[in-house]
Design a protein around this ligand. Structure first.
Ligand code: BGC
Length: 370
């Protein structure tokens, strides 16, 4: 018995030494990701933990299942565990109450990918240039339909989808896309089938094209309904889809319609998810936007580390939104936080090698994409 106890003591001591050796500042960083029904977040979670460990932190990731109450409980438990920093991809602004708690305790909070709205209790936001994500989606429709050659006499037809109205990013994506598409709609070369908000400021129509919590079944049903109603009399040339998860659901609905089975419209996307990359390779989905989330995770952890240490913030590869006149990206409605932006890249069949070469996919996936 004594022997076992002695062994246990040694094991415990060894374990605590490991923690203190690799512990860096000795702190815990809590990673709260919003959901797993959109694959990217699983990857984000893994990359964040890996990066935090590289810098000598303890790290734990939790996924909120698109439910802010669940995520709040997870964040609260990170606070109870004494986290030094939180990296939070929130679900909606219901997160503000736990962020306030974190702020009161002097915990560093980094809004990750999604702005934490209606909060004045944190200082940093790291994301991609989300307006540009939308512009790239719009540009891929211009290219894919050769809109520059289209005319009001022989127009192209499009229908519009947006992301979750609870996610500030969805507004940037849509406004970026419409920034590129509106001139073609104004000239008559492009006609919108279904609701047409010119920008997200037209809240009533934006709500009609939005997809609550980015749920694929909602987008699929909406596409089916469109095909049986507004889109019945025309042939759609394009669908603005805000991300890959929804793009594939929309494509599923289109493929069930004989009119489109062998003649899919140009469908956009975002996230360069493996399933969509494969769909692009197979000539179904037209484009995606590659956001290298491994780089985002690396940058977020570096930001957390510098903030924990009270060092000046310097994030290689990111620009400060304020430096390019986009400070409003960090406007929570209560305060303007420092927003750091990474650059998104448009991907079509012609440059599928870009995310592959960036080692964004696992080896067996990359093999299938080559
Ligand atoms: C992210 C996208 C993602 C979407 C749904 C957005 O906030 O920026 O990459 O596809 O949420 O999870």
């Amino acid at each position: 018995m004594k022997k076992i106890a002695a062994i246990l003591v040694v094991v415990v001591m060894a374990a605590s030494m490991v923690i203190s050796c690799t512990g860096g500042t000795g702190g815990l960083i809590g990673m709260a990701m919003p959901e797993t029904h959109v694959m990217r977040w699983v990857k984000d979670g893994n990359s964040l933990v890996e990066e935090a460990k590289k810098l000598g932190y303890r790290a734990e990731v939790q996924f909120g299942d698109a439910d802010q109450a669940i995520q709040n409980t997870q964040i609260q438990s990170f606070l109870t565990l004494g986290a030094k920093a939180l990296i939070v991809g929130c679900i909606n602004d219901g997160v503000a109450s736990v962020i306030e708690e974190a702020g009161r305790g002097g915990v560093i909070v980094i809004a990750y990918d999604r702005l934490i709205q209606n909060s004045g209790d944190y200082d940093y936001y790291i994301t991609f240039n989300n307006f540009k994500v939308g512009q790239l989606q719009g540009q891929s429709i211009v290219d894919g339909l050769d809109l520059n050659s289209a005319t009001a006499a022989a127009p192209k037809y499009i229908t519009l989808f947006a992301g979750s109205p609870t996610d500030g990013n969805a507004f940037f994506f849509f406004d970026g896309a419409m920034d590129v598409l509106n001139p073609f709609i104004d000239s008559g070369a492009l006609r919108v089938v279904g609701p047409y908000p010119r920008t997200s400021a037209d809240r009533a129509n934006f709500q009609r094209i939005a997809t609550e919590n980015w749920q694929a079944p909602i987008a699929k049903t909406r596409m089916e309904n469109l095909l049986n109603a507004d889109a019945r009399a025309v042939t759609l040339d394009a669908v603005l889809a805000p991300n890959d998860t929804l793009a594939r659901a929309i494509i599923d609905a289109l493929k069930a319609d004989a009119k489109y089975r062998n003649n899919l419209p140009v469908v956009t996307g975002q996230d360069a998810e493996f399933a969509s990359a494969l769909s692009i390779k197979n000539g179904e989905q037209y484009s995606t936007v590659f956001k290298d989330t491994a780089k985002l995770a690396e940058a977020a952890v570096l930001l957390a580390d510098q903030a924990i240490r009270g060092q000046p913030i310097n994030i290689p590869g990111a620009v400060l939104a304020a430096d390019i006149g986009l400070a409003s990206i960090g406007d929570t409605g209560r305060k303007v936080v420092h927003a750091y932006l990474l650059d998104p890249i448009l991907v079509t069949r012609d440059n599928l090698n870009v995310p592959i070469d960036a080692e964004f996919y696992q080896h067996h996936e990359a093999v299938q994409l080559r």
